[in-house]
Design a binder for this molecule. Sequence first.
Ligand SMILES: [Mg+2]
Length: 182
Amino acid sequence: MKKYDTIFLDRDGTLNRDPGYINHLKDFSFFDFTFQALRKLSDNRFCIVTNQSGVSRGIIALPALENIHQYVRNSFKDNGLNLLSIYVCTDHPDKATHRRKPNIGMFEEAAKEQKINLGNSVMIGDSIADMKVAQALGMDGILVKTGNGLKTEAHYKNEDFPTAVVSDLKEAADWILVRESK
Ligand SMILES: [Mg+2]
């Protein structure tokens, strides 16, 4: 049995619908299956790693972002899930630092602060950036086809990464359960 140290989760398009630059809690909605899926993995620990360039674009106010993330933390807690932390990068893509995915900065921070073995961790996400950062760090990468996932799948055609391509977070959870039971 090989259990992952930590399951990294992208936010928009992976856990919740992605209408683009969510700047109010009322516009944030988890997919119907999100917690049903994550509860199957309740022996694992989680970290959310999200790019939110809407902040530096002036579209998302920090208090609104924090309000959304408090709701996310509460939702994980209500479902008995161990969410270690939410890492956010507010950089504009034109002035991206080492923290903005596909760069590895947020993952390095997480590894240090939460004592995570990245080489034995997995990233679930819908974008090329999510898969690139996972590959760069020697993590497994699970691509979900929600959000931008179909576009990302086309990008990765005929490559030996991502580790798995699944329809959504529910299938990702099932894939991990099988992987961890081996
Ligand atoms: Mg995403």
